[in-house]
Design a protein around this ligand. Sequence first.
Ligand code: ADP
Length: 257
Amino acid sequence: IWEKGLVEAMNAADQASRAKSDFLANMSHEIRTPMNGLLGIIDLLESTNLNRIQKQYVEIIKNSGNSLLSIIRDILDYSKIESGKIDIQPVPFDPVEELKDQIKILSGLAGKKKIKLELTYGEFEKTILEGDKGKINQVLLNLIGNAIKFTPELGKVGVRMELNPVDDFFHFLSFSVADSGIGIAPEHLEHLTDPFYQVESSNTRTYQGTGLGLAIAKKIVELMGGQLEIESEVGKGSVFKFSVIVRKVDQNSVPQA
Ligand code: ADP
């Protein structure tokens, strides 16, 4: 009887948790649509004849809108993962081109803080892989974005990519993102991937964010057969590493044009 009660309680808890995730996913979706509409109009407004002060105001609205949108995106992603509604969609991709694109997206942010963003990779000449490049990029953008965010001006962020065989078909595509930033104390390390966990409490916070980024990154990496590892030293910097399983596309099997 006791065991039956326990099973029932667990089922109820499971159902409640799923209902919560569904509610969050629906709500985020409903907020995202009008928010995109607002941001579209702000873009139009920006291109009209505005004076200096008006331009500043529009810029503030735009930044706030974009922050809100990224918070909503995080909540939506996390609730989708929690309710098992996310799946891996493998497509062929060129890892070097993809990585260069992600670096390009973040080079402006690094440039603003005069941070040197350095990219290195192993042997990748004309390698085409099959994996979920969208999700790999999402994790990378998150880790490199964090590295830039938590590194003071004139610091360094290094991104490295490697490919190692698992067997005849599969490979580990591995990345490491190393920064010369503020670092993380050992007591925080094991909690970093908990949802909403942030080292700084929200009332003293200097850095923006939801605390969902690493929770999402960890789950996505695990879905792709890998692991997220973190090493860090306060005042020296951090290294975030992850690997995902990919397939190497045999180029001889691709019909030549
Ligand atoms: P967010 O960046 O939105 O706060 P994350 O889940 O991406 O959320 O990160 C959680 C917390 O981990 C951050 O608030 C920060 O305290 C810490 N953190 C993440 N990346 C770094 C880093 N590269 N250097 C120092 N601290 C970091």
